[in-house]
Write a protein that binds this ligand. Sequence first.
Ligand code: F6P
Length: 368
Amino acid sequence: MSRNPPPAPAKKRIGILTSGGDCAGLNAIIRAAVYAATRLGWEVVGIEDGTAGLLERPLRYKVLTRQMFDATIMRLGGTILGTTNKGNPFKFPMPDGSFKDRSQEIIDGFRELGIEALIGIGGDGSMAILKTLAERGGIKLVCIPKTIDNDVGKTENSVGFVTAAYVATEALDRLQPTAASHDRVMVLEVMGRDAGAIAISAGIAGGADVILIPEIPYDIDKVVEKINEVRDQEGRNFALVVVSEAVRTADGKALQVEHLGGEKRYGGIGHYIGDQIAQKTGFETRVTVLGHVQRGCAPIPEDRLMAAAFGVHAVELVAAGKFDRMVAWSNRQVIDVPIAEAIASQQEVDLGGALVKTARSLGICLGD
Ligand code: F6P
């Protein structure tokens, strides 16, 4: 239940929020931060629905205790705090269609809550917003990277990515027997916005014949050549193709669907590629668009471990008075980097890296 404002804290109070698209592992991060902070005798306040909880009066928040995380919550997908990937407070959409800068209301909300520091869990877009809010409002901020897209810079992994890649791999495991039973090409469209991390990881792990990612421009004839080779030279009656949602059409167009209210989101490239393959190879082809299934499940152990390590390190940064930092995974260590550096350098699939090399050595067609 939310009150407004909470009674003045007898002990240090920190805030935590989740922002941007949800992913597996968010509750595990929150739990780790609550455990680490309460061991230091601090109180943790969870702000609801990202910064949106601070736009409303009464403020929307929850006091988070260790007892809340005794059993199931850490294992759950989603976020118990809620989140939003809409409503940039600097350009907030108003009911009359206009936009308003509502950032001061959020800053005032932080002050009312009596929070000494904020742990913001988000992707690059959310971190950029939180950083600006922190600068304008004098808020002491530490960030934790999360995104299934794994496109945040300066960290090898963000929480949520490995679980999403696992789900996409499992989808290929399920598509393979039906592909083989029906002599079909199965195309799997996965998420990832402008980064092909899920596609290349799941594609290799799931035994794909073709993986198309936005980082590598493709030639459909190369794709067709590979599928014909699978059939004519390997004598295989099926093929598996993974396509990342931001892959372009042959003429370089991003395929997006316009939704109610004019918002455009990626959608359609799997069907586009599937049709081309069917037409040019004669293979019966089916397309699966995996969508939000990649986001909403229990985190696999690697994500729980990273969530735990990140949550603990974020609290350590607050304790040490080190702010404007993002926790990061680097070479089997948890480190921290300036938030500005992380958001300035989007992570893409490394074209000279191990995954691309491995895919090529396995004979997987990357479209080029
Ligand atoms: O950034 C995470 C992500 O899941 C992308 O991979 C995807 O393009 C997008 O969010 C979907 O957003 P929404 O939840 O608004 O449909």
